[in-house]
Write a protein that binds this ligand. Structure first.
Ligand SMILES: [Zn+2]
Length: 200
């Protein structure tokens, strides 16, 4: 197994070495609040820490998510579907896990729950160690498009429906989680996820 990186990355703003564990493809400068994907070190993304809403204590871990802002449009030849979709509550900001997880179903669950019930609102939490992130930013537009289509599909079958997602802003958000026995609860909505969610 060769390491994907042959040159050490340093922060484009302050020049310090970046933080990242053995599985990281996304590296962080905590003092500058920047996240840098190894594929394009010249393009830093803003890094913020979500403040826990449910507890005051320091979280047991921070998991990294891409915060995806943008707009989704769809077109269909079917006026009935058009009406059904127009009546769906629009999804809010999408938080897409940036870490690798064997529990893929929970991806959709948390992303959708945040998009419908309100994800992290305050991104001024205290910094702490963050799990390794790997998901490249290039795939987020397509993932956002698929998330929207899967959401609309619950209301009416999206076969033949065209969907387009335009990414308007991307940033990197560390979301607090708390250990609760053999599972974790996210610090925003209290959604339980199994331990294996984080065993990347
Ligand atoms: Zn820096």
């Amino acid at each position: 197994m060769s390491r994907p990186l042959l040159v050490p990355l340093c922060c484009p703003k302050c020049g310090s070495d970046l933080d990242g564990g053995p599985h990281a493809l996304i590296f962080l400068c905590l003092p500058c609040g920047l996240a840098i994907h190894a594929s394009d070190p010249r393009r830093p993304y803003s890094l913020s820490f979500a403040a826990p809403l449910l507890r005051q204590a320091a979280p047991d871990l921070y998991a990294p998510f891409w915060k995806v802002e943008g707009s989704f449009t769809w077109s269909t030849q079917d006026p009935k579907k058009e009406r059904v979709y127009a009546n769906q509550r629009p999804l809010g900001t999408l938080f897409v896990p940036a870490f690798w997880s064997p529990k893929a179903a929970y991806y959709d669950n948390l992303t959708l729950r945040y998009a419908l019930q309100g994800g992290p609102q305050r991104l001024d939490g205290a910094a702490g160690p963050v799990l390794d992130g790997a998901r490249p930013p290039e795939v987020l537009g397509e993932l956002a498009r698929l998330t929207w289509l899967a959401y609309l599909d619950r209301a009416a079958d999206v076969t033949g429906v065209e969907g387009r997602f335009q990414v308007e802003d991307l940033s990197y958000a560390a979301i607090p989680f708390y250990r609760d026995g053999a599972r974790f609860l996210d610090g925003i909505l209290g959604v339980p996820v199994p331990e294996a969610y984080f065993s990347g």
